[in-house]
Design a protein around this ligand. Sequence first.
Ligand code: SF4
Length: 254
Amino acid sequence: MSTNATTLAALPQPEEIDREERARRLAMQYSCSSAEEILRHAIETEFPGRVALVSSFGAESAALLHLVSEIDKSVPVIFLETGKHFAQTLSYRAKMAHQLGLQDVRDIKPDTEEVAREDATSGLWKQDADACCNLRKVRPLSSALDGFDAWITGRKQFHGAGRINLPAFESSPTHIKVNPLIRWSKDDVDAYVERHDLPVHPLVAQGYPSIGCWPCTHPVAAGEDIRAGRWRGAAKTECGIHGQVSSLDGSGPG
Ligand code: SF4
């Protein structure tokens, strides 16, 4: 490829620029809207049949799953089945899907041949957590999102770090991400769960306020950051799905 062609390929394509403008317009339009208003617009008007919810079925997932189920139980729910989840997460996933009447929960697994080739001993998480997340989360999600224009995440500004300035709608090179819970606090999540009498992930009571794969999730002490138990002791703070689907995330995973 010539230098000019390489430069052109690296530039945002017209479709991507359109997506960015669309996300910017939506973010402004819905900057003061409720989670329910944002979701209803995304599901019924902006992306009908073209939007999926990505859920980790973790500690904070119940509220968003319930909000979506109240609007449309047939919205696809993508669960990244990494093969490394706690047994409690798998049973919680089944319980929530049944109780909320979710009609299209998809267990997305990593490619078997890629796992055999790249993680034959199943210990990649110890040697290179980024590579393990890429194999078990980032690439499977990228494939699972084919055919969708947008996906819904459970990220919240109170999680801090790169989430502090999250808008309700944001663009990536491939999709628009819908973040209906950006302004929710931990108390808002807890109050919603209590008000609607939703099941709580069983590990929350054991000191896990944020739950991912078992090798990379630890309980946190009182006063610690909510995500302090994720990849404890490592510089890593995100699984990479937002960086990758974006330039590739909680309730999205990550
Ligand atoms: S969270 Fe840990 S076990 Fe799960 S995919 Fe990432 S590195 Fe692997």
